[in-house]
Design a protein. Structure first.
Length: 278
């Protein structure tokens, strides 16, 4: 493609008179409009349809320098959303983010209907925190993932933290200064964070289960205390209920209770474990 500067540098043949003067700025805007209206294909890769850049990932912008138009490419804001989608897929949500939607959540009982309505309302506002604790298999991950999915399609940047896997990676570099800061920072600063299965130990939380280590609690407190202070929206699911969290660390539990205006707990009840239903 011939650049604008090349076109503008060409001299008209001697004695020739253009019918109309060449409007470089109009030409630059015309080229920009053509590019910005062209369709891209990034939506085929991640499923996100951006109405701004039309799924190209970049926008063409025209500025003027000394009377000469200067065109340059700038990243679209959807790049952050697409990065979040890729990160969530790498984190293990690649197979469920498309399936765990509000429409597919079976809310046949009153407690399910209440939870679904609260999750939908939170997905719209993203104000405060959303905590769902207790009975395994009751739909915690489904509803929390549905919130994240809707937030992504609203253009929000979402970070997913699968507690057992990601906390192990963070603890592995706990004594390495810069590496530790780099590992924990994305969870502290994410626009929206979802911690899935906080303090998951491999067994249901009871008096016989292994309790979270001091290192586990320290990582959780550093992340959640930062987000508490910064008032960043946060979603937490856990097999622990608030009383369990108080036993683990009262300061941490207090921050969750204060920020989570949407705090839901389900006591032990295998009848609410859909995975055990035939």
């Amino acid at each position: 493609m011939v650049s604008l500067r090349t076109i503008l540098s060409k001299k008209m043949p001697t004695g020739s008179q253009p019918e109309e003067p060449f409007d470089a700025m109009a030409f630059a805007h015309q080229q920009t409009e053509w590019y910005n209206n062209a369709e891209g294909h990034l939506d085929r890769e991640d499923g996100y349809d951006c109405p701004i850049c039309r799924n190209k990932g970049y926008l063409r912008v025209v500025t003027e320098e000394g009377g000469t138009p200067n065109a340059w490419m700038g990243p679209c804001q959807c790049q952050k959303v697409r990065q979040s989608i890729r990160q969530m897929r790498r984190s293990g949500l690649q197979h469920i983010i498309q399936d765990y939607t509000f429409a597919k959540f079976q809310a046949t009982e009153p407690w399910q209907q209440k939870l679904k309505a609260a999750a939908q309302a939170y997905a719209q506002s993203l104000e405060g925190w959303f905590f769902f604790g207790g009975q395994s298999g009751s739909g915690k991950t489904h509803l929390c993932t549905a919130i994240c999915r809707q937030a992504l399609h609203q253009g929000r940047q979402v970070r997913y933290m699968l507690w057992r896997d990601d906390v192990s990676r963070i603890k592995a570099v706990a004594n390495q200064g810069e590496e530790y800061n780099a590992a924990i920072a994305p969870y502290k600063h994410a626009e929206l964070l979802y911690i899935d299965d906080l303090f998951k130990t491999g067994r249901s939380f009871d008096s016989r289960s292994p309790r979270p280590t001091t290192a586990d609690v320290n990582v959780a407190f550093e992340i959640l205390n930062y987000r508490y202070t910064a008032k960043l929206p946060t979603i937490v699911s856990s097999e622990c209920v608030l009383d369990d969290l108080i036993q683990i660390d009262e300061s941490l539990a207090g921050r969750i209770a204060e920020r989570a205006k949407n705090l839901f707990e389900l006591g032990p009840d295998r009848g609410k474990n859909y995975r055990l239903r035939g």
